[in-house]
Design a protein around this ligand. Structure first.
Ligand code: C2E
Ligand code: SIN
Ligand code: SIN
Ligand code: FE
Ligand code: FE
Length: 333
């Protein structure tokens, strides 16, 4: 837009806008108007070339006759081709820093009247603001991404620590997380929800942190008293995670992964669609993975035995529609 305004308002035959790249020493052509052929280069270094001199000196540069400027032969050819003879360039600055350079070229001589200079200054100012806003936005985007990556790396670290506590379930969290995200995608969940699915699945058993080794790692079946402790782990997860604001949308799976379709699960005894879909999906994936893994309390089942168990649980333990999609998904892999 600014390029078009430059051409119109300044009645220029050709203009270029160069912006300083991240490295601070390269000026890149952000856009041009009025040239009939491709420019000889896509960038200039600060200090070399006309624009490079403007960026370094931070002063306007004026050549009423381009022949006076010692130009590279490639440039001379381009200018000759379009009959461009006069040149005026200004630095684009903000807060004492060079952001770029604007070059104006004309066939005849350039009328550097006070009004013309003022119009150019106005456009230079607008460009400076636009570039600053754009840079700020990009920096913010980068920071947001870095922050999100840092959060997710932290969660993955927690999940590894949880798996580590019981060597026999090593890799369990990562495996069930990948499968659950895949299953939820197949169930038609919007992609923007999958981030929370992922976080919730990674942390689904974080409540087991509060369960003593004597119970968690017990080689045999649990007593009634031990089951009371074990069944607390979803509520413990909520206690641990609810104060963490960015994890609140990820609570469904840790809270509801032991609810059952027929209402006989825990902690709340929710039934059917009252159980969040992501938790219904996760339950199928979790039980399948638990059954096919060695546990302190039993050896791994075969894949076939586990699949039979899942199928048998459709409509009682599990949402039958989720089971159907899960089985289809497993057949494809
Ligand atoms: P987990 O080992 O990750 O098991 C998750 C879920 O998978 C179980 O939830 C259950 O629905 C299913 N599952 C796992 N193994 C079996 C199995 O051998 N048979 C059947 N029918 N289902 C199985 P659940 O039952 O609510 O158990 C939650 C957690 O309680 C388990 O997580 C595990 O850490 C612990 N746990 C369950 N049973 C025992 C046990 O007999 N001994 C010990 N030490 N811990 C147990
Ligand atoms: C564990 O704490 O036993 C690992 C996670 C799981 O079994 O689901
Ligand atoms: C993921 O990490 O796989 C969930 C994010 C997404 O797929 O959009
Ligand atoms: Fe659990
Ligand atoms: Fe689990």
């Amino acid at each position: 837009m600014i390029l078009d305004h430059l051409v119109q308002v300044l009645e220029a035959d050709a203009v270029t806008v160069l912006l300083l790249a991240q490295d601070g020493v390269t000026l890149e052509y952000a856009g041009t108007r009025g040239f009939s052929s491709v420019l000889p280069s896509r960038s200039e270094r600060v200090g070399t070339g006309l624009a490079g001199q403007v960026a370094l000196s931070r002063r306007p540069l004026h050549f009423p006759e381009m022949r006076e400027a010692s130009l590279h032969p490639d440039w001379q050819r381009v200018l000759r081709q379009d009959g461009l003879t006069s040149y005026y360039a200004v630095p684009v600055m903000s807060k004492g820093k060079v952001l770029g350079v604007i070059e104006v070229l004309n066939r005849g001589s350039l009328e550097l009247s006070p009004g013309w200079i003022e119009s150019l200054d106005l456009l230079v100012g607008q460009l400076a603001i636009a570039v600053e806003n754009c840079n700020l936005f990009e920096a913010l985007e980068r920071q947001n991404l870095a922050l999100r990556l840092a959060y997710d790396e932290t969660i993955e670290g927690w999940a590894r620590a949880l798996d580590f506590r019981d060597k026999e379930t090593e890799g369990h969290s990562r495996r069930v997380t990948e499968r659950t995200v895949e299953l939820c995608r197949a169930l038609g969940l919007p992609p923007e929800d999958l981030v929370d699915v992922r976080r919730g699945a990674l942390l689904h058993d974080i409540g087991k942190m509060a369960i003593p080794d004597a119970i968690l790692l017990k080689a045999g079946p649990l007593t009634d008293e031990e089951w009371v402790v074990m069944r607390k782990h979803p509520d413990t997860a909520v206690e641990l995670l609810a104060p963490i604001k960015f994890l609140r949308p990820a609570l469904d799976i840790p809270q509801c992964h032991h609810e059952k379709w027929d209402g006989t699960g825990y902690p709340a005894g929710l039934r059917g669609a009252a159980i969040p879909l992501t938790a219904r999906a996760f339950a199928v994936v979790d039980v399948f993975d638990a059954l096919t893994s060695d546990r302190p309390y039993r050896a791994a089942w075969t894949r076939e035995q586990a699949l039979e168990h899942i199928q048998a649980g459709a409509g009682t333990h599990f949402d039958p529609q989720v089971v159907t999609v899960f089985l289809e998904m497993l057949q494809q892999t």
